[in-house]
Write a protein that binds this ligand. Structure first.
Ligand code: PRP
Length: 213
């Protein structure tokens, strides 16, 4: 039996739908159960339910051979994992956003640009790459308010429908990446259990193609 780390939260319902369509329906409703380990009905997989930010760690450390993780989380954590498949759901964009009237020139080096984000590494890399002096404040949520109140000139965050930005009077200034759910694999398991892991990858790939057909 292979273990698959699954992120709880907003991505879980789509993940459950995907797994069911791929032939690996969970034995219980994942969104409703409080169990942290749930087998698939076919008995070939076992689902491990953890916080999105923790899922890659379980795969990297080999407690789960496979995992599903949002590209945004993977960009932030940069785990040492194989990422063979874009599963196509949980689509969103990683952006730099802020108040529309922020006209602060990004090459003004007199004082550091202040940035608030749940993705401090992504934010830091972005401003570093452009050679812009910056300070990054790590927030845990409701990041938009940081830009509204002036804690930060910019936020680096994910945008799905755009509603949160709109309702708080903010706009996208720059798009950094297109994100979606990805299948991640433990490097050692990919080789040591090539047959079993490869079969799951093939089933997931087929299901992904069918969804786009
Ligand atoms: C995420 C993200 C934005 C919002 C974007 O936050 O950080 O705030 O969703 O979605 P939208 O474009 O559809 O409005 P989340 O809902 O996960 O809550 P949080 O602020 O507590 O992190």
């Amino acid at each position: 039996m292979l273990r698959v780390a699954l992120p709880t939260g907003r991505i879980l319902k789509d993940a459950e739908r995907f797994l069911t369509a791929a032939g690996y329906a969970p034995a219980e409703n994942l969104a409703a159960t409080r169990k942290l380990l749930v087998p698939s009905q076919c008995g070939r997989l076992e689902y491990l339910l953890v916080k999105p930010v923790d899922a890659p760690l379980y795969v990297e450390q080999g407690l789960a051979e496979l995992g599903i993780s949002g590209k945004d989380t993977l960009m932030e954590l940069a785990p040492d994992l194989l990422e063979p498949l874009d599963l196509g759901f949980a689509r969103c964009r990683m952006v730099v956003a802020g108040r529309p009237e922020i006209r602060r020139s990004l090459d003004n080096t007199l004082s550091p640009v202040r940035v608030a984000s749940k993705f401090p590494r992504v934010a830091r890399l972005h401003f570093e790459k452009r050679g812009i002096p910056h300070v990054v404040f790590k927030l845990s949520g409701s990041v938009e308010i940081g830009a509204v109140l002036g804690l930060a000139h910019y936020i680096v965050d994910i945008v799905e429908t755009g509603t949160t930005l709109r309702e708080n009077g903010l706009v996208v200034h720059e798009e950094l990446a297109q994100c979606s759910a990805r299948l991640v694999i433990n490097r050692a398991a990919h080789y040591s259990q090539f047959g079993a892991v490869g079969a799951v990858i093939a089933d997931f790939a087929r299901s992904t193609e069918n969804q786009h057909a």
